[in-house]
Design a protein around this ligand. Structure first.
Ligand code: ATP
Length: 584
């Protein structure tokens, strides 16, 4: 029941809706008592042998009227209570979504995407069930059983009521206990089914890798083992289900048997009329659902409570990157790309004892370009991540126009940076919308111009729907190079003061790369650019190039200076030049 208190804030907010809903539920329960009583009265008339058609007609009309009222009241409580549940679902989902949007990298490192999805879907559904099915079951079963019992005592007989209802508490107990086992088994079976689904998806999407590594047979065997396990788990559901159903039939049958025997005795002793016995038998029908409902209700509440705790725990997590220390007087116009980077040391939060950056310092004036080069894992992406404020806990300072980036409001800072990451993310929508991602209202000519600068325009024109071509799961697939150029076009359209390219041209050929870099140089005059890359031709025009090794700057200078230094850069340059020539 604790979950009702946990959701107190919601019920308070939706007080009116629930009051109306519960009132109509109560009226439904009361009207439900009418048809059995009328059936009894009709039976008594038949028993007397002389039927008054007028009275009979009146009774039939009353039943029809009660049925119409029931229809109307059921409609009204359903609208109120199901509407409340839908409202709670909406509020929780948008709260979670807002929270996910606020959270930073460390949060997403702690939680797997699949788990977050499960919280946003299964847990929210379990909580909304409390506000819908849970409220309904609690109120309805309570009102229905109490009012039916009162009607049995008043209209029929208190002794028959006590004796006939003896088996029903056992039914409630059985439904609760077996229901628990049944739902546990059902949960396990759902989890097994979802594991089976994941396995199928993984195997199908990785089918080429599986086949080329000759793992087809092994994978089929693993899949068969999984099916066998899923069936074993499903058999537990059948077992509890098979125990559950006959128990219900047995106990309800017992109730009817007692009623017929003891009720019949009372009728033959003239303590009860035949009509009263008919009413009583019809009332038993009203008592069955509340008994089953107890087990059902506990289950809904238990699940809802566990889900609510999980969602609350997630919502309680605070992002490490916040606007707490932000100086709200800093606006976009105060930043024009004058960057000073002084980081003495930085370690990722999950491995605090291993610093990955040491003494990284450089200065970029507005309009300058920085090149970051070095072997895999040298620290290029990490340098960029700190500038994007994905992590805050480093020893040192990064400033833009003299403002510590930790003091610049996040929305101001991030709006000034266009970032093209190593892994492009495209949405399942049109090419036009993918490019115009930062501003859905940007006009077509701006989108085309950005695509031209990224050397993508001609590729798009050759696609079936041009700029309206759908991409992603339901549309065409793009090559790695096309995806990269699309991401660059998206970043260019944003027209921000700082552009960051993280290995963003790795999948395009040298000719395309030169064309893009050339138009970037013209486009980005007066704006700051950072390029992390493995291909040195990408940064040969940069104002400053940093060569990184194990998180330290080992060489720095312009292209010419670095060639003259005859170090790693010069060596790599010669190698790449040679590769290029051999390639040609
Ligand atoms: N999230 C993380 N948690 C812990 N360590 C990390 C994390 N991301 C990267 N690292 C480590 O930090 C170091 C620098 O990685 P980084 O990605 O910055 O290198 P990089 O120069 O960009 O490499 P690449 O050229 O492959 O992109 C590596 O040793 C890497 O293993």
């Amino acid at each position: 029941m604790g979950i009702f208190f946990k959701l107190g804030w919601f019920f308070k907010k939706e007080k009116k809706r629930y009051l109306i809903g519960v009132t109509f539920l109560a009226l439904t329960s009361v009207i439900n008592l009418v048809p059995p009583r009328i059936l009894g009265l009709m039976a008594d008339q038949l028993d007397k042998g002389h039927i008054s058609w007028q009275e009979y007609g009146l009774l039939i009309l009353t039943i029809i009227f009660a049925a119409l009222l029931l229809y109307g009241f059921r409609y009204l409580w359903r609208r109120q209570i199901w509407g409340g549940a839908a409202e709670l679902e909406l509020q929780l989902r948008s709260k979670l979504f807002r929270h996910f949007m606020e959270m930073d990298r460390t949060f997403y490192q702690r939680h797997r995407t699949g788990d977050l999805m499960a919280h946003a879907t299964n847990d929210v559904s379990a909580i909304q069930e409390v506000a819908g099915e849970g409220v309904l079951t609690l109120v309805d079963s309570l009102l229905m059983s109490v009012s039916t019992m009162i009607a049995m005592i008043i209209f029929v007989d208190w002794r028959l009521t006590i004796v006939a209802l003896i088996p029903l508490p056992f039914l409630a107990w059985g439904a609760w206990k077996l229901g628990d086992q049944l739902y546990d088994a059902f949960d396990e079976s759902q989890a097994a089914f979802s594991r089976l689904n994941n396995k199928t998806q993984e195997s199908v999407s990785g089918i080429k890798v599986l086949k080329t590594f000759g793992q087809g047979k092994e994978d089929t065997q693993a899949f068969n083992d999984m099916i066998a396990n899923t069936i074993k788990i499903n058999k537990r559901v059948f077992k509890w289900d098979s125990l559950f159903d006959p128990l219900g039939t047995l106990l309800i049958g017992l109730t009817y048997t007692i009623t017929i025997i003891y009720g019949g005795l009372l009728v033959s002793n003239r303590a009860l009329t035949i009509g009263q016995l008919v009413s009583f038998i019809a009332y038993i029908g009203n008592m069955v659902w509340p008994m089953f409902a107890i087990g059902y209700l506990f289950n809904i509440l238990e699940r809802g409570s566990a889900s609510y705790d999980r969602v609350e725990k997630l919502l309680d997590e605070k992002p490490a990157i916040t606007d707490q220390n932000a100086d709200q007087s800093i606006h976009a116009q105060d930043i024009d790309g004058d960057l000073k980077y002084e980081v003495k040391s930085f370690a990722y939060p999950d491995e605090p004892q291993i610093p990955v950056l040491h003494n990284i310092d450089f200065t970029l004036k507005t309009g300058q370009t920085l090149g970051l080069v070095g072997k895999v894992g040298a620290g290029k992406t990490t340098i960029i991540q700190l500038l994007l404020r994905e992590f805050d806990q480093y020893d040192g300072k990064i400033t833009l126009n003299g403002h510590d980036i930790r003091e610049i409001p996040l929305n101001v800072l991030l709006r000034q940076i266009s970032y093209v990451p190593q892994n492009n993310y495209l949405f399942s929508t049109s090419i036009q919308k993918n490019i115009a991602f930062s501003d859905a209202n940007s006009d077509e000519s701006a989108v085309i111009s950005a695509a031209k600068k990224s050397d993508l325009h001609n590729d798009i024109l050759q696609m079936p729907g041009g700029y309206n071509t759908l991409i992603g799961e339901n549309g065409v697939s793009l090559s790695g190079g096309q995806k990269q150029r699309m991401s660059i076009a998206r970043a260019l359209l944003k027209q921000s003061k700082i552009l960051v390219l993280d290995d963003a041209l790795s999948a395009v050929d040298a000719r395309t790369e030169m064309a893009i870099l050339k138009s970037l140089r013209q486009e980005r005059k007066g704006k700051t650019t950072l390029i992390a890359t493995h291909r040195l031709t990408s940064v040969m025009g940069a104002d400053l190039i940093l060569v990184l090794k194990d998180g330290r700057i080992v060489e720095r200078g312009t292209h010419d200076q670095l060639l003259a230094e005859n170090g790693w850069y010069a060596d790599m340059w010669q190698r790449q030049e040679l590769e290029e020539k051999v390639g040609e």
